[in-house]
Design a protein around this ligand. Sequence first.
Ligand SMILES: C[S@@+](CC[C@H](N)C(=O)[O-])C[C@H]1O[C@@H](n2cnc3c(N)ncnc32)[C@H](O)[C@@H]1O
Length: 263
Amino acid sequence: MTSIDVEGLRDKVKAMYQAVADEPHGTFHFEMGYGLAARLGYPTGDLDQVPPEAIDSFAGVGHHLALADLQPGDRVVDLGSGSGMDAFLAARHVGADGEVIGIDMTDAQLAKARRLADRDGFANARFERGYIEHAPVPDESASAVISNGVINLCSDKVAVFREIARILEPGGRMSISDIVTERPLTEAIVCDVNLWSSCIGGAMQQDDYRGAIEAAGLQVETVQENPAYHFISDSAQGATDTFGVKSISILATKHREPDGAFA
Ligand SMILES: C[S@@+](CC[C@H](N)C(=O)[O-])C[C@H]1O[C@@H](n2cnc3c(N)ncnc32)[C@H](O)[C@@H]1O
């Protein structure tokens, strides 16, 4: 990983997701939009409750909200919130007594999510600029942290999971969907910025990924594969077949230690 230029990579990722926000009907290595969300398992009745423009730019990889079990009053942080589809769905679930904070580093995604929140009256959702490795959120302030298709894009995944453990209140839960691999990727794949930006090049081997979650002090409760998710370009599909690149959803909790301390 030492060969990764973190700032250069972030610039490429921002450029990719600016296009996702501004030109969602363009050509990408990955699928987007309503058809993807419905196939991943998002109930269409829920999708009808959020801005269609946010759904057009949906670039997630699984229906992690099915594991999140959000309740009225929950305080939710969405890491890498994009154009806001998951954040808006979460906002509907948590209601007026809850709140949702979306964090993203790409200005076009933030601008779109903020515009849609204002237009459609999502008073309990707000969107903040930031890197999820250092999220602008207080310690132990969230009852749930969600994230969809984002952590694979970060060069320091261990830092992201530590940050999630910091943000969560004791007993809080992390519900994410992300891309992992069955076999470690080769240097050639990792150094291909187009494949990295498309959620392939940065994917971590699945046992290492789980290990990073547990090392942060989170207890993995559920891991499920999302076979309905697949990449669409030939180069993306080739890497997927060779290395077992796949989407998974994970539920983990920040648990209480037997002595009464919180992990
Ligand atoms: C694949 S998109 C997914 C967006 C959204 N979760 C969805 O399901 O549509 C990845 C998003 O993560 C954001 N992102 C990637 N790395 C990030 C980082 N280190 N900090 C903050 N945002 C990041 C990108 O700007 C982009 O909006």
